[in-house]
Design a protein. Structure first.
Length: 478
DNA sequence: TGAGGATTTAGGATG
DNA sequence: CATCCTCCAATCCTCA
């Protein structure tokens, strides 16, 4: 008994060491790259091992793992030169460590990072940059900015579930490890997904490039963040800006033209969620720390509002597409709330509606029409609100215990109000019909070799659904 | 009442 | 194929 306890405590300390080293490596990526070069034998082994994915993708996506491990697995001590004593006392308790680290974080993280410096796949990303820029220009960013604007955000149609399938070429390992966020580029001219993982990596996968005659596989990997990427935003009105947030409290904005991950915002609190109103690309709604929603005006670079809306972390923030003053939040305090931004009040926030569940609520999303709200909770229920004032609700049992290693399930809407898509623990995608109020089908495929946890429907390609796993894979159903 | 331990869990790496 | 390693979730539990 006592010996096992001692072991676990030793383990904890060791893990703290490893974690620190990882952060260190992240901030000293160039050095670890050099170290990687000197360990070609290791790299060779990593590249030749096999699992069921297309070989080119595998080799590329493997690289960052090797990079991250190289120092450690070589048995070398991490290079501490140039660092403050923050990291020099490995057995320090985590509490004291936190108080040391958080006030003055590594200054490197607070500056803009060029795409080149953040690139961890050591592959030219010219194609990626050009592709995005061509779409930005092509889709009339400078031209017709008015009337059609709203319609351009997404298409709203019903899809035939039977026709949805997963082609083997639409499977790729885009990043190492667990994916927390996945987002399609909201443009009709592009089929590209962006995913963020636990290490702070951002992976791009241009599916079209993949299908064309082999100039690379269309996968690009960066590390703009030191910690898990909690949200990715690409506003359809400013396509050349990709905004990402992380648990470490940073918000970065990738300016594709400047090829720089700029720093938009930083806080000592974790950022668990982030959203924008569909009609406003300037204000960021940040779910911070223990239940605060902070509105950050990107243009003036200051906070315009900050409310304490929940008692625990806010897992999602979402807006009603038809009434963008209506905001829904879901929280680990066991509630989901609907707020009217015009009536929220300054000091004492008052919600339009509170949904109380038995466990943490992991998502609350408005349907494409805005008439319904779908919530997913750890109490193993999916709830769908409807009615003029969201007074009707039906609940459906859905097993949501993803455990420790998987990202939590979040039911997302498809291309109209009829279906909700959510992963299940048997490597399938459950589809729930709001009309029939039941599970109508499950998308399954032998190519789906891991559990899809996070989803995003392509706003302009009905039936195109990206699913992301805790192993870094992305599946694109079409 | 809060801090901190124990426990659960899937996927990839390793041998 | 079996075993080890992951180790910023969430919950229940115990102990100060």
């Amino acid at each position: 008994m006592s010996s096992s306890q001692r072991i676990t405590e030793y383990e904890r300390k060791r893990l703290e060491n490893i974690k620190r080293n990882d952060e260190l490596l992240a901030s000293l990526k160039i050095k670890s790259k050099l170290a990687d070069l000197s360990s070609s034998a290791k790299r060779h082994r990593a590249e030749t091992k096999s699992y069921k994915l297309s070989p080119e993708k595998k080799a590329r996506s493997e690289t960052p793992i090797v990079i991250r491990r190289s120092l450690r697995t070589q048995g070398k001590a991490p290079d501490l030169s140039g660092l403050k004593d923050d990291f020099s006392e490995p057995t320090k308790k985590s509490t004291t460590l936190k108080s040391q680290v958080s006030p003055n974080q590594s200054p490197k993280k607070l500056e803009p990072i060029s795409m080149r410096d953040a690139n961890t796949c050591s592959e030219s990303d010219e194609l990626l940059v050009n592709k995005i820029l061509s779409v930005c220009k092509g889709s009339g960013l400078d031209g017709d900015g008015d009337g059609d604007g709203e319609r351009k955000c997404r298409v709203r149609v019903s899809v035939d579930l039977e026709s949805m399938e997963l082609a083997p070429e639409n499977v790729a390992r885009v990043v190492p490890n667990r994916i927390l966020s996945v987002k399609f580029f909201p443009s009709a001219g592009l089929r590209m997904v962006v995913v963020g993982n636990k290490f702070g990596n951002l992976g791009f996968w241009n599916v079209d490039l993949d299908n064309e005659d082999g100039d690379g596989d269309g996968i690009y990997l960066y590390q703009p963040h030191p910690s898990p990427v909690s949200a990715i935003l690409i506003h359809p009105f400013s396509l050349n800006k990709i905004i990402t947030s992380c648990y470490g409290g940073l918000v970065r904005s990738l300016d594709v033209e400047k090829e720089t991950f700029g720093l938009v915002y930083s806080t000592e609190h974790a950022i668990f969620s982030m959203a924008q109103q569909p009609d406003d690309a300037n204000n960021l709604y940040l779910g911070e720390g223990h239940g605060v929603v902070n509105i950050w005006d990107e243009r003036s670079a200051r906070s315009s509002f900050s409310w304490e809306l929940h008692d625990s972390r806010i897992n999602t923030i979402d807006f009603n597409p038809e009434n963008t003053n209506m905001m829904a939040t879901s929280s680990s305090d066991g509630t989901a709330c609907i707020w009217d931004l015009r009536k929220i009040g300054k000091s004492k926030p008052k919600s339009l509606k509170v949904i109380t569940r038995e466990r943490a609520v992991h998502s609350a999303y408005f349907s494409p029409s805005g008439d319904r709200l779908a919530t997913t909770s750890l109490d193993d229920k999916i709830g769908v609100l409807g009615g003029a004032n969201y007074e009707d609700e039906f609940m459906l049992y859905h097993y949501n215990q993803t455990g420790r290693w998987l990202s939590s399930f979040k039911g997302v809407w498809g291309w109209d109000d009829s279906y909700i898509f959510i992963g299940n623990m048997k490597r399938g995608v459950d589809v729930i019909s709001t009309l029939q109020q039941r599970l109508v089908t499950t998308l399954e495929s032998p190519h789906m070799t891991a559990i899809p946890c996070r989803f995003d429907p392509h706003p302009f390609y009905p039936g195109m659904l990206a699913g992301a796993t805790s192993g870094g894979q992305v599946y694109i159903w079409t």
